[in-house]
Design a protein around this ligand. Structure first.
Ligand SMILES: [Cu+2]
Length: 416
């Protein structure tokens, strides 16, 4: 009987394990799907993201470039990017060194502010540090709002050909060349050991006493403060005093030691840098959003817009971008897709007019539909108490020049 029971348990254990393996999807997402749909649609429109090259070795340089537009529809309940923002790169752990980053040509060592409705071109230069396969995301850390993540690009980092260990050498202001991979590592270990020793000695002292914390606590609860002297003896009092003095002396000693060893230091800089924003290169198309709806069953967003072409060249709408998903109009071939680029619906956008002639004013229906809505959990927009959307509309003139502008408005769910 017993063996039968155990066998059964074994079988069900294997089955349960198998189920877990089968049911678990790829555990790869880095928040690109987790954030609220409305937050991804109405904060920052990332586009033209390029990670180059896609295959490197440890020690090689990787460049991440792209553009972003801050949304005029920024949710009011979120702290604004107009206050404080920092450009960063989202990769798992310290797998790259960030050598340089800039926005609109301004070095981005520190934080900045991005006024809404403007365009920012960024560039980040990385050096591969640890071999592996990484999903590299540009990220903006917005003060009090958190991280806004662009879509990721897979990057393969192979082991370096040379057997020499990875170095990260910099020359200090005093002219010394140091390797940041192991600079002052001995001191770091040494000081950790000192504090560890003090901590262990303190715990040991109380462990060697007859009664530990909980019996003492119970005694205080039972007899009150009056008999406190029985719990803390004179010896305990002296030992506590010694540990207290030792701790303070170690802090002071550490400070004096560091001052002596590194007499010249400068504090980390925290001031903000100013970036001049770029105006949106709006062409001659005037776009007025009439209405928009989201069809749950069809996983599609339908926009009815009134457009007027004020220029003298026909205009063709090529793309709708929202929440980092690109819906391309297959009839306009100019749109570029970058190597390794994800979240592109190649024929995801249908436009009811082929081209808007010069001087023409016409009502256009745009339908952005693809399984990516579902895959990136955009269906949550119907649960939003502030049901509004925003995105970028891209279009080309006859010379093949690209323009874009933000569209947005209220969005109604459609259930059939
Ligand atoms: Cu990712």
């Amino acid at each position: 009987m017993k063996t039968l029971k155990m066998k059964r348990m074994g079988v069900s254990g294997v089955l349960a394990g198998l189920m877990l393996v089968l049911l678990a999807g790829e555990v790869l997402a880095h928040g690109e799907r987790a954030q609220l749909a409305s937050m991804r649609m109405r904060t920052v429109h990332w586009f033209d993201t390029k990670v180059e090259p896609l295959n490197v070795k440890v020690g090689d340089i990787v460049t991440v470039t792209g553009k972003l537009m801050t949304s005029e529809w920024w949710p009011k309940q979120m702290a604004s990017i107009e206050d404080t923002v920092y450009l960063n790169i989202g990769v798992p752990g310290p797998t790259f060194l960030r050598l340089h980053s800039e926005v609109n040509g301004v070095p981005m060592v520190r934080s900045t502010a991005f006024p809404l409705g403007k365009v920012y071109e960024y560039k980040t230069v990385l050096r591969a540090r640890v071999a592996g396969r990484y999903h590299v995301h540009p990220i903006l850390n917005v003060k009090d709002s958190g991280s806004l993540v662009d879509k990721g690009t897979w990057l393969e980092v192979a082991e370096s050909d040379s057997t020499a260990p990875f170095t990260n050498e910099v020359t200090t202001m005093l002219g010394d060349t140091i390797d940041l991979e192991n600079y002052a590592l001995g001191d770091v270990y040494g000081w950790h050991l000192v504090w560890l020793a003090i901590g262990i000695a303190y715990i040991l002292y109380w462990l060697l006493r007859k009664e530990l914390f909980i019996p003492r606590f119970i005694r205080v609860r039972a007899f009150g403060q009056d008999r406190a002297n029985e719990i803390i003896t004179k010896k305990d009092f002296v030992a506590g005093g010694v540990f207290f003095t030792l701790t303070l002396a170690t802090i002071l000693g550490g400070y004096l030691w560091a001052e002596h060893k590194y007499p010249i230091t400068i504090p980390l800089q925290t001031g903000k840098v100013d970036v001049v924003p770029i105006e949106v290169p709006t062409g001659d198309l005037e776009v007025v959003v009439d209405s928009a709806s989201y069809a749950l069953a069809g996983r599609s967003l339908t926009m009815r817009v009134n457009v007027t072409n004020h220029g003298d060249s026909p205009i063709r709408i090529s793309e709708f971008l929202t929440a980092n998903i690109r819906f391309l109009n297959p009839n306009v071939t100019e749109s570029e897709i970058y190597p390794g680029e994800e979240m592109v619906a190649k024929d995801g956008l249908s436009v009811s007019v082929d081209a808007v002639a010069p001087g023409q004013s016409v009502a256009v229906e745009l339908v952005a539909s693809d399984a990516l809505w579902e895959q990136y959990r955009m269906t949550g927009i119907i649960n939003d108490p502030d049901s509004r959307f925003a995105g970028l509309l891209f279009y080309y003139d006859d010379n093949g020049e690209r323009f874009f502008q933000e569209v947005g408005g209220a969005i109604l769910p459609a259930f059939f």
